[in-house]
Design a binder for this molecule. Structure first.
Ligand code: DUC
Ligand code: ZN
Ligand code: ZN
Length: 494
């Protein structure tokens, strides 16, 4: 019998902490051994993959993904990707673990029933390992009382919104969520845009009959995000509760986050490729094409904004780089981007354009190809830190013998892959466009391995995984620093 199921040899192994030449042995879905090159004999393994000097990295971990969601963000947009098509796309881009949202609308009292429904939709359909964040739209008595049960069911994070009529929480409701989350060891993700201000801006624009997609950016200027970010930090500091501010796009918001981190607060931040590659000019493309890039916060003004976000990734302000994959069809007049075009609004109506962009499959290749992060920093923000923050580490996000799942990406060695332009027909999502059409890439995962199985072989068959191979992940607490004080929060301390 073979000692190992798979050897990956001649790779340059990169984790968040180290880069070195190792051969990797895999057994029963786990990393079994790392050994200096040449020590492991091919005779003892069922299969050997020669990485030919390419990077070997932990599989991507993308903890900001919307799949099979109803219309929540205003307008009629429904996710075009199911758990099946979204995770298929994910695995073909090297992301082996995702955390998607289980969305509770304002009309629903229970979180557990939402979790049951979402879990049933995902079960048996995923190509990646997966978990859920609760999306809390109604933090009433029942929902808050269910937090301990969520933890028992392996859910240790949730998301709340400071905007969108169907989801926006008042500050006192945010405090309720932060307090209950702190008590149960749950990480709170916050969408930080001031909903009242952007609704006012929208009203003013509509009074002047300014409806085109480009006014989406006008209605949500950077100050809308900066103010909400600062308020979110203040509320979290008051409760001594850890937060992650999601999809940060503006340098001003990044500065608030960095300041909070410098003061030692457990404040984490996420950004996404759209804030590194797109500007508001993308919203002004002719023939309604600008709607393809409508997401919130909107793409910002210039390359200088992109530079500030890249800097935040480099200097540690941003903990994670997620996709915020939020897929809608473009040519769909019922539930897609074009659902806002009518006789009354022939150029659409920006405020109701389904809000989000696809990107689950392109996140890793876009970021690595940009060549602006060290390989270790790339692993840290696209895999390791997400696993740490959301209670999956070290099962996911690293390559620790005896402990980590054998989830790996083997990238092309230098010179093996000619640069190419990204086009939507290369992708495996159920979306009729990519906002990154035409971007030049110089990398793509050559092989992707999920728990020891080769699930993607770009040059020999592409997608090899079978639907349903992904497993639900029961998550624990974040392993990044949490509340600064021990014990229960005490109102008499103020
Ligand atoms: N927030 C998200 O996280 N995704 C899509 C839309 C939004 O506002
Ligand atoms: Zn959001
Ligand atoms: Zn999102």
């Amino acid at each position: 019998m073979d000692t190992f199921d798979l050897l990956v040899v001649n790779g340059l192994v990169v984790t968040a902490s180290d880069t070195a030449n190792y051969d990797i042995a895999i057994k029963d879905g786990k990393i079994a051994l790392l050994a200096p090159p040449g020590l492991l004999s091919a005779k003892n393994a069922a299969r050997v993959i020669d990485a030919e000097g390419g990077y070997v990295m932990p599989g991507g971990v993308d903890c900001h993904v919307h799949l099979e969601e109803p219309a929540l963000f205003g307008g009629k947009g429904r996710s075009s990707d199911t758990f099946e098509t979204g995770t298929r796309s994910s695995i073909c881009g090297g992301t082996t673990t995702i955390v998607a949202f289980a969305p509770q609308a304002k009309t629903m009292p229970s979180l557990l029933s939402v979790l049951d429904d979402t879990q049933a939709r995902a079960q048996g359909n995923c190509y990646t390992d997966y978990s859920f964040h609760m999306l809390v739209g109604h933090p009433g008595e029942q929902a808050l009382s269910e937090f301990p049960k969520l933890r028992e069911r392996g859910i240790s994070s949730l998301k709340i919104y400071m905007t969108y009529t169907a989801l926006q929480l008042r500050d006192d409701e945010i405090l309720d969520v932060l307090l209950a989350s702190r008590k149960e060891g749950i990480t709170t993700m916050i969408h930080a845009e001031n909903g009242d201000v952007l609704n006012w801006m929208t009203k003013k624009l509509e009074e002047r009959q300014l409806y085109a997609p480009k006014y989406h950016a006008t209605s949500r200027p950077q100050i809308v995000e900066n103010e909400a970010t600062s308020r979110a930090i203040a509320l979290a500091e008051l409760m001594d509760a850890p937060i992650l501010v999601v999809h940060v796009s503006s340098p001003g918001a990044a500065a608030h986050l960095r300041d909070a981190q410098t003061r030692g607060l457990p404040v984490y931040a996420e950004t996404c490729p759209q804030y590194l590659y797109l500007t508001r000019d993308h919203l002004d493309k002719p023939n309604f094409e600008g709607a393809k890039c409508v997401c919130s916060p909107p793409p910002r003004d210039s390359a200088a904004d992109h530079d500030a976000i890249w800097l935040g990734l480099t200097n540690g302000t941003f903990t994670v780089l997620s996709s915020d994959h939020c897929p809608f069809m473009f040519e769909d007049h019922e539930t897609g981007k074009k659902s806002v075009i009518s006789q009354e609004f022939p150029e659409g109506r920006f405020k109701a354009i389904p809000n989000g962009c696809p990107g689950i499959e392109t996140r890793l290749a876009l970021t690595l190809s940009a060549n602006r992060l060290s390989p270790q920093k790339f692993v840290e923000v696209t895999s390791t830190n997400a696993a740490r923050l959301y209670g999956l580490y070290p099962q996911k996000g690293t390559i620790l013998p005896g402990v980590s799942d054998a989830d790996l990406n083997i990238w092309y060695p230098p010179g093996k892959l000619a640069p190419f332009k990204l086009t939507n027909d290369m992708l495996h999502h159920n979306v009729d466009y990519t906002p990154f059409e035409g971007v030049e890439l110089n990398q793509w995962p050559r092989y992707t391995i999920l728990r020891g199985q080769v699930v993607w072989d770009r040059d020999n068959g592409g997608l090899l995984a079978k639907k349903g191979c992904g497993q639900f992940l029961h998550r624990g607490k974040s392993t990044l620093p949490g509340p600064r004080k021990q014990g229960d929060w005490d109102v008499s301390a103020f």
